[in-house]
Design a protein around this ligand. Structure first.
Ligand code: ADP
Length: 241
């Protein structure tokens, strides 16, 4: 792919967004009727489906803990989610992201309420256009909430990048590929807790502070949409009853 002009002469990004602007975000909660909980989350063209099973007993009892539930998480990209066919076998990257996403959710889930059970989170990347790990965190935490699992807060994710020396919110694949830095962040806004922070590339100390501020502002916007989507799913259940 040829490198596009990441910051145009008018100061806008290659897709016309302002530096501090999110992609269009769509969130639906409770989209599957067989899973305990589910959510479909879109950040622009990035599209993620998350489903939760449990808490439940599992045959592999030796894995279970006496004082709390265990959380297992699988992040997976569908073969048609990327430009080139993605092998369906789990890659190193998918194994790492499964762990990173699980760790970003664990602090908010009240696992102590469900000893000797497992909570399984399945994440499918339906279409990948940058920020799949952060959109996955949002989708997975909403699927957990939809499953009725008590949580201290919802976790939402967003990535900040540096492109052409400008800090930009919610980077897409092109900005990720050609930019200078990429910083995915996950936040539990009501708890004031950062549960994931990674940094690819180099930022100065001032840039880091600014990038984190941008990420928290973006996370707050996504949090509002996420809570609204959860409320709408409750309303839907009520209407259907
Ligand atoms: P994230 O999706 O969280 O930003 P990466 O920085 O690893 O994670 O990936 C950036 C983007 O690169 C992805 O969102 C996706 O669009 C693309 N990508 C990742 N893995 C692959 C792959 N195996 N094949 C093609 N594109 C990929």
């Amino acid at each position: 792919m040829e490198k596009p002009r990441l910051i145009r002469e008018d100061g806008l990004r290659h897709d016309g967004r302002r530096p501090n602007e999110l992609r269009p975000i769509k969130i639906s909660v409770g989209v599957l009727n067989k899973a305990s909980g589910s959510a479909l989350v879109e950040y622009g063209a990035t599209k993620i489906l998350a489903a939760v099973h449990g808490p439940r007993e599992i045959p592999l009892r030796h894995l279970l803990l006496p004082d709390r539930a265990i959380i297992r998480c699988r992040y997976h990209m569908l073969t048609f989610s990327t430009h080139e066919r993605k092998s369906p076998a789990p890659s190193r990257r998918e194994i790492e992201l499964s762990k990173v996403i699980r760790e970003s959710l664990e602090p908010v889930v009240m696992t102590e309420m469900f000893p000797r059970t497992a909570i399984d989170i399945f994440i499918e990347v339906i279409n990948a256009d940058g920020g799949t790990r952060t959109a996955s965190v949002t989708a997975a935490s909403l699927a957990l909430a939809d499953a009725g699992i008590p949580m201290r807060d919802i976790v939402v994710g967003v990535a900040v990048g540096k492109v052409n020396n400008v800090l930009v919110l919610d980077i897409d694949e092109v900005e990720d590929m050609f930019g200078e830095a990429d910083m995915p962040v996950a936040v539990a806004p009501s708890l004031g807790m950062i549960t994931l922070l990674q940094l690819n590339g180099v930022l100065t100390r001032d840039e880091f502070v600014e990038a984190l501020k941008l990420a928290l502002e973006g996370a707050n916007q996504i949090y509002r949409l996420a809570r609204e989507a959860l409320r709408n799913s409750y309303l839907k259940v009520r209407v259907e009853e």
